[in-house]
Write a protein that binds this ligand. Structure first.
Ligand SMILES: *[C@@H]1O[C@H](CO)[C@@H](O)[C@H](O)[C@H]1NC(C)=O
Length: 187
């Protein structure tokens, strides 16, 4: 019996559900699009060890949709890009976005908070094949953010119980290449 209880507890924590988070209420996609530089992220198997990460969002003609162009540099210096599409799918939660990359399942992209001009905090939690995949990003309009702003922004995760120890910071700076593979650097 005791063993059974321990096992149940282990299973319960392994299949932990995604936390309930609230997104920015009056979110304006028009102000949100543009370039965002990644300052910190929760690593996943989909995005490991890459640095110089930039997300470029552009509004598409269809209201509530935007294109995604992400670029990054892998540890071996390889320049990688991925393009996708984002959608506003819930009219009562405009900052609750859905993103789609070719050959991958739809993912959630929840803007917890942003001031549009400095930072954005994005959270994503999806159950894929029975496994909870939690992702989080602190993105910035500039390649660096002051420690004060980072601390303030990370509170957006803390308040929903997201463990911020999961976040890592990777290199970002003026010698990063975001557009041209020829200019890749090694770090
Ligand atoms: C849409 O957003 C509202 C407000 O956050 C939420 O209560 C509702 O469950 C959402 N609907 C769907 C289909 O996710």
């Amino acid at each position: 019996m005791f063993r059974f209880i321990i096992l149940s507890v282990l299973i319960a924590s392994a299949v932990a559900v995604c936390p309930d988070v609230t997104t920015k209420p009056d979110f304006d996609l028009g102000q949100y699009v543009g370039d965002w530089y990644e300052i910190q992220r929760i690593d996943t198997v989909f995005q490991s060890d890459s640095f110089c990460v930039r997300a470029r969002y552009e509004a598409l003609n269809e209201p509530g949709t935007f294109s995604i162009f992400n670029s990054a540099t892998k540890p071996d210096g390889e320049f990688i890009t991925i393009t996708g599409t984002g959608y506003q799918t819930n009219t009562s939660a405009p900052a609750s976005l859905t993103i789609q990359f070719p050959g991958q399942p739809m993912g959630s992209y929840l803007v917890l908070d942003t001031d549009y001009t400095t930072y954005t905090t994005v959270y994503s939690c999806d159950v894929i094949l029975g496994i909870t995949v939690e992702q989080g990003w602190l993105l910035s309009r500039t390649k660096t953010l002051s420690e004060d702003v980072i601390k303030m922004a990370m509170e957006n995760f803390v308040k929903f119980g997201v463990d911020t120890n999961q976040f890592n910071q990777y290199y970002q700076g003026d010698d990063c290449n975001y557009d041209f593979p020829e200019a890749s650097i090694k770090k």
